[in-house]
Write a protein that binds this ligand. Sequence first.
Ligand code: AMP
Length: 139
Amino acid sequence: MAYDPNNIFAKILRGEAPSFKVYEDDKTLAFMDVMPQADGHILVIPKFPAESLFDLDPDYMAAVALTTQKLAPAVKRAFKAPGIMVAQLNGAEAGQTVFHLHMHIIPRFNGVDMKLHARQLADFELLKQHAERIKAEIK
Ligand code: AMP
C-alpha cells in the first residue's frame, strides 16, 4: 500500500487538522490520542511520510524512539502511573488503523483494563487539560 498523504496524521502535521499537542521538535510531533485507551494516552509521530516501521527512515525512527523516551516519563509523572505501555502497530492485520507510523504511550495501573482501541472520543476540554499536565512534566 502506498503512503496516503491525506491520512489524518499527515493532516495534523500540515496543520490542516487539529490536535492537542504535547511536544514538537524538528523530526517528531506528539499529541493526545483523541480516543484514549487510558487517561494520558499520547502518540508520537515522525515528520516523515511512512506508513509503518518498514518504510521509515532510520534517522526518523531514532528520533521517534528518543521522543518516546523523553515523553514516557513525563506521562508517568503527570498521571502517577506505575506502568507505561509503549506500543506500535504495523499493518491492519496487527490492528493499525492510521497509516502514518506512530508510537502509543499509555499509562497503566494495577487491575485497570485498557479501554477498547480507537473506539470512544474523549471530552476535548479534558484532553486539553491532560496535554497541559504532560507538558508541565517534560524535562
Ligand atoms: P493505530 O490503530 O495503532 O493505527 O492507532 C491509531 C490511533 O490514532 C488510535 O489510538 C486512535 O484513537 C488515534 N486517532 C485517530 N484519529 C485521531 C486524531 N484525529 N487525533 C488523535 N488521535 C487519533
